[in-house]
Design a binder for this molecule. Structure first.
Ligand code: FEO
Length: 393
């Protein structure tokens, strides 16, 4: 357990060894499941719990605090990495009420074996007194499920934000020690978890803007004792304006698509456009997701497999569609042997993409002079589009 300020402790779990979240998201820096114990003069509250795999660590930490009674457990979010320990904690502290909103209660009852009478329901803006401390509840939906909310503690100027402003970053430091160190894990977290909910994030930031916040205590990663850093970063990442950046996720089976990608990359660099290239059979999808936060154009490069895109390219298209990034232009380049429906298949997967498909460039076998000319034209078109929407530096 680690002390934030007098009577407020972080009692969750630092998981340096976590490698994959949701059996999907790589965790190069591990993660943490933060839970906070707040001791008021009259009532004691536990803010969130931890992943059920780590319940024993939470129990150990609670025992170390010396508390014998928990009056309330705030459940900000029903996802199991924060709610999964609730049943076991309630066995240990049976008098505790789960304090949450109606939507979260319903989800918790679906996900865990909890009874109706174990809950105490809050509303947006309602408060709960702990004696000398007050909890003020603020609905912050869609960061990143519909039920999510945050809690503000005015006496200590702390915002407990759950996933909002979090980062998958295991560290023994309770507070952010180095902004440069936390920037990428926080952005990776935003990209993988928050990116589809940009407009709602902007509304939530607007909602907390008048609070006097000295610390943001999220449920993953270190506590922000410079809250403006992470609020400003979220504003930037949530903006609808992309940067002068093209990303090229690609996969090449025998080298032809790779030659085309290299050619296009050089052509774009010559035109003053930043480019990031990702080889899809080995890519860290977190890195790809981070670049999707900022890019204005996505060019998918793919070989043809069984008349369609390579499965790795289809995976990238699925990810780019599901995360609803802000890119405005897309294209497909690649190579085929005898035919196929690669472009149609990828286009049909981008159902959330409301931008413009630029000309595609598909070479029969090895790229030839006419294919390279088409790549030059594609680079010209991208430059023109980036100028038109004002993202050139
Ligand atoms: Fe960290 Fe959405 O749970």
């Amino acid at each position: 357990m680690r002390k934030l300020v007098e009577d407020i402790f972080e009692v969750g779990v630092i998981n340096f060894d976590a490698k994959l979240f949701d059996r999907l998201i790589p965790l190069p820096d591990g993660t943490s499941y933060n839970a906070y114990l707040v001791k008021g003069s009259e009532k004691t509250v536990l803010i969130d719990t931890v992943d059920p795999d780590k319940t024993e660590v939470l129990i150990d930490n609670l025992v170390k605090t010396g508390i014998t009674k928990i009056d309330y457990i705030i459940a900000h979010h029903a996802e199991q990495d924060h709610s999964g320990s609730l049943p076991d904690i309630l066995l240990l502290y049976p008098e505790a009420k789960i304090v949450t909103n109606p939507k979260c209660k319903s989800m918790l009852m679906d996900l865990l074996s909890l009874e109706d009478n174990q809950f105490q329901i809050i509303e947006d803006g309602s408060t709960l007194s702990l004696g000398d401390k007050t909890l003020q509840f603020i609905y912050t939906p869609w960061v990143h499920w519909p039920e999510t909310f945050s809690t503000y503690l005015p006496e200590n100027k702390i915002l407990f934000s759950c996933d909002f402003f979090g980062s998958h970053f295991a560290t023994s430091n309770l507070f952010v020690k180095d902004i440069a160190e936390i920037y990428e894990p926080a952005k990776r977290y935003f990209a993988e978890i928050m990116l589809p909910f940009r407009s709602q994030i902007n509304k939530n930031i607007e909602k907390i803007k008048d609070l006097d916040i000295e610390m943001i205590a999220p449920s993953h990663g270190p506590v922000h004792n410079d809250p403006q850093f992470i609020i400003d970063a979220y504003k930037d990442w949530s903006s609808e304006k992309g940067k002068n950046l093209v990303i090229i996720p690609y996969v090449s089976m025998h080298g032809s698509t790779s030659k085309m990608v290299t050619y296009l990359l050089d052509a774009l660099i010559e035109r003053g456009i930043e480019v990031k290239q990702f080889e899809l059979s080995t890519v860290d999808i977190g890195k790809l997701a981070i670049s999707l936060v900022d890019c204005t154009t996505v060019v998918i490069g793919t070989s043809t497999v069984l008349m369609g895109p390579h499965p790795c390219a289809a995976y990238a298209a699925f990810l780019a569609n599901a995360l609803r990034p802000k890119f405005k232009f897309a294209s497909v380049i690649g190579s085929y042997g005898w035919g196929g429906k690669t472009v149609e298949t990828i286009a049909s997967m981008l159902t959330n993409f409301k931008g413009q498909m630029l000309d595609t460039v598909l070479a029969k076998g090895e790229p030839k002079e006419n294919d390279y000319l088409a790549l030059e034209k594609l680079a010209d078109d991208i430059l023109q589009k980036h100028k038109e929407i004002g993202v050139m530096d």
